[in-house]
Design a protein around this ligand. Structure first.
Ligand code: PEP
Ligand code: MG
Length: 781
């Protein structure tokens, strides 16, 4: 799964890059050029090209390429009845070959220098159901593309299609604006010649639609009336009245107290509404409000006769300047926290206490920036979308909007200048565009997109509460992989039957110190309460390798994945381990907790873990906690040694969970993050599939549950294959659950078993992939 996961990340990074391309490109051509460059880089291919269909629907034209001769752009044209790219449009399907020149549909174009490339992978681009072009990836070496690569490229095609569509819309809006501007100019010119006008200039007429670009930070579409969020301004500081030093000091003290109470309230509200992670920013605000250095600076200025309002403003401004100059974008964004605090203290000092914006109806919030405190006070049900002039993906508002599922675009230059109170706006949080006062054409396009988006979600919705059961009655459990408290909502919304893998390291990555047992227990409790009556499998810390904690120092290692990671760190740092075990045990009564240990490679580890666990249980019992029953204990099977001795391990634990991400990496000696060896990271390698089969068989024989947690199972076809191999439980990223469930409910266990038999009989990954590609077509298309 490492490869799958690293490729999954690769896919996400590519998608993120493509999103930022939209922001930084100015027209369709530049957008396409940037896309082919990024896709070629990410896919490790020498060539990536995009061909678009002309309006006749029959002629493909090379519009952008990385790798082929740039002179060929606009010149290579082919009918859809010609060439491999034409075949992609004709079949409306993927075309792939590892020897393109030998393919009967191969067509050579002079000047393209294409003959050097043996492998070809082409996927169609669609607008609704109509093909609009083709994206092609080519490599010099003869190679077959993995299922994961294909699925990444497939995802990218959706994004590209919508970019092409958006860019065309923008182009058409721009040309319409130019057209209108031309006619207005002409009209004005004619009017100046009219004697009745006396040659006066006509007032400038503003065109209606304004399309602006920003950073997409929370996906989805929304449209509605603008609500411009007002900010405190420098004006306040200029007019603020100044009393005596004592009066000003007293005013400041009172304001500080009020803001502190306000902040505590906000922290509570956001942690109830969203999660503790989301609320943790207010904890930082409280620390700033108590910071001696910060307070002394303000008090000193007041002592010198400066009014409280100005003193706060000056000190806060100083901090903002320091933060804004930081190179790290995350730290730079922290200047917004200082601004938030400053604004709130000044609001109180000036008697402008903010008890939240009361929206009467649903609106799109438009603001220079939205601070955490705004997000805490706004009525979330009334926010259709969020658009800000400042901010980036690290803004807290962005993070909160994402948690709340509110479409948001930040960093929209010129927003406040362009937007008016009476404007209507469309927010496209997926591509990062907004349209002020959209014209009919744009409005209709977005309404359609919104409708299709809702229909797609709706189609899968009825599945939510149905069990995952094959058509011949085999019950399969589909649980979620989660990392943050905010994932609970997504997991529940997608019908997860509990959690199969809770990665506990994630909540601790953003902290500055290791949380103690009570802090951990309170977080785990919240997760458990999110899944009443359903198991939550808590995995102990899996740090090291590619996951680090900023406050925990590691030795330098030449091979971190073969080094001090995961359970090895826990067993060496027993105090940290005991603290985590205690946290889990203390939280356990809140739900159905089970506890799982990563990277197990021998029985000694299991025995040591059990003895430490027993000792922590005993310690808590002595302290009067009700944890005496202990918890079901499982291990992750992700090291080849564990597969080799799986029967011995199974005898001493309650359940097994196969971590295909790591298992593939260790079985095949191919680093999950190293692009150079990605062709060795092969989920369909017979060694991987036989290892999974072996664990599933042993589990069945010994009555121990076996699940697969890892993105490999997120592909519906893989899920069918794994069911055929005897796996009855999966833990997946939550959004994958509905599709996997749909596949399981539409096919029989017998079919899965026949497919598994066939796959396990093949000798090579290539044979397996060829067979599965055929099955995919038959079963899903
Ligand atoms: C795995 O290795 O398959 C797994 C699920 O764990 P992680 O991806 O967290 O290493
Ligand atoms: Mg792992």
């Amino acid at each position: 799964m490492q490869r799958e996961q690293s490729q999954h990340f690769l896919g996400l990074r590519t998608l993120e890059d493509i999103s930022s391309i939209i922001l930084h490109s100015h027209d369709l051509q530049e957008t396409l050029d940037n896309i082919v460059t990024i896709v070629a880089k990410r896919m490790g291919s020498e060539v990536c090209s995009i061909y678009l269909l002309e309006d006749d629907g029959e002629t493909l034209v090379l519009k952008a390429t990385k790798g082929l001769s740039k002179n060929a752009v606009g010149k290579i044209m082919m009918k859809t009845s010609e060439g491999l790219s034409g075949l992609v449009v004709q079949t409306r399907d993927m075309v792939t070959t590892d020897n393109a020149p030998a393919h009967p549909r191969y067509k050579y174009f002079k000047h393209s220098k294409e003959e050097r490339y043996l492998s070809f992978l082409g996927l169609p681009l669609f607008e609704r159901k109509t093909p609009i072009g083709v994206i092609v990836v080519q490599t010099v070496a003869a190679r077959s593309f993995t299922e994961v690569e294909i699925s990444i490229l497939r995802t990218i095609t959706f994004q590209i299609s919508s970019i092409v569509l958006n860019a065309k819309l923008l182009d058409s809006i721009q040309s319409k604006e130019q057209e209108r501007a031309y006619y207005e100019q002409e009209l004005a010119r004619l009017k100046t010649h009219r004697p009745s006008d006396g040659g006066r200039e006509q007032p400038e007429t503003k065109s209606k639609t304004r399309a602006l670009g920003g950073t997409a930070v929370s996906p989805g579409f929304s449209h509605g009336k603008v609500y411009i969020l007002d900010r405190f301004s420098d004006k306040v500081i200029k007019v603020a009245k100044v009393g005596s030093v004592e009066e000003e000091l007293h005013k400041f003290r009172i304001a500080l107290e009020k803001v502190t109470i306000q902040t505590i309230y906000m922290e509570k509200r956001v942690s109830e509404l969203l999660s503790e992670d989301d609320a943790s920013i207010f904890h930082t605000h409280l620390m700033i409000l108590e910071d001696r250095g910060f307070l002394n600076k303000i008090n000193d200025l007041i002592d010198q006769g400066v009014g409280a309002t100005r003193a706060v403003h000056e000190v806060v401004q100083g901090y903002i300047e320091v933060f804004s100059a930081m190179e790290d974008p995350y730290l730079r964004e922290r200047s917004a926290d200082m601004e938030d605090i400053g604004r709130r203290i000044i609001d109180v000092l000036e008697g402008n206490e903010n008890d939240g914006v009361k929206l009467k109806e649903k609106r799109v919030i438009v603001a220079e920036d939205i601070f955490p405190s705004d997000m805490a006070m706004l009525d979330h049900d009334k926010i259709l979308g969020i658009v800000t002039e400042k901010g980036n993906i690290y803004s807290h508002a962005a993070i909160m909007a994402k948690s709340l599922g509110i479409p948001a675009v930040v960093g929209v230059k010129g927003l406040l200048h362009a937007a008016n109170v009476k404007d209507q706006v469309i927010v496209d949080g997926t591509s990062g565009h907004i349209y002020l006062n959209p014209e009919k054409q744009v409005r209709e396009e977005y309404l359609r997109l919104e409708k299709e988006y809702t229909i797609r979600l709706k189609e899968l919705e009825p599945l939510r509460d149905l069990p995952a059961v094959t058509s011949d009655g085999m019950r399969i459990l589909l649980r979620a992989n989660i990392g943050l408290l905010s994932d609970v909502r997504t997991a529940v919304a997608n019908g997860a039957e509990g959690v199969g893998l809770y990665r506990t390291e994630f909540p601790y990555m953003a902290r500055t110190t290791f949380p103690n047992r009570e802090e951990q227990a309170s977080l785990y409790r919240k997760i458990l309460e999110g899944f009443p009556g359903q198991p939550v499998n808590i995995r102990t810390l899996d740090i090291g390798g590619d996951k680090g904690l900023p406050y925990f120092s590691y030795p330098h290692e030449d091979n971190p994945f073969l080094g001090w990671r995961s359970i090895r760190v826990s067993l060496d740092e027993e105090e940290i381990f005991r603290e985590q075990l205690a946290g889990i045990l203390l939280a356990a009564p809140a739900g159905q907790a089970t506890i799982m240990f990563p990277l197990i490679s021998c029985l000694d580890e299991v025995r040591r873990i059990r003895s430490i666990l027993n000792s922590v249980v005993a310690e808590l019992c002595r302290q009067g906690h009700d944890v005496c029953g202990g918890l079901p204990m499982g291990i992750m099977v992700e090291v080849p040694a564990a597969v080799q001795i799986i029967d011995r391990l199974a005898a001493e634990v309650d359940y097994l969970s196969i971590g295909t991400n790591d298992l593939i990496q260790y079985l095949l000696a191919a680093d999950r993050n190293n692009a150079k060896v990605k062709q060795y990271y092969e989920p369909y390698h017979p060694a991987v599939l036989h290892a999974i089969k072996r664990v599933a068989d042993v589990g069945q024989r010994m009555g121990k549950k076996v699940s697969v947690c890892g993105e490999m199972a997120a592909d519906p076809l893989n899920a069918l294959l794994l069911v055929g191999m005897g796996v009855r439980e999966f833990s997946l990223s939550a959004p994958s659950i509905p599709l996997v469930k749909q596949a399981l409910r539409s096919h029989s266990l017998r079919l899965c078993q026949a497919m598994a038999r066939k796959v396990l009989a093949f000798d090579t990954a290539c044979d397996i992939k060829r067979y599965l590609a055929k099955r995919r077509k038959e079963l899903f298309e």
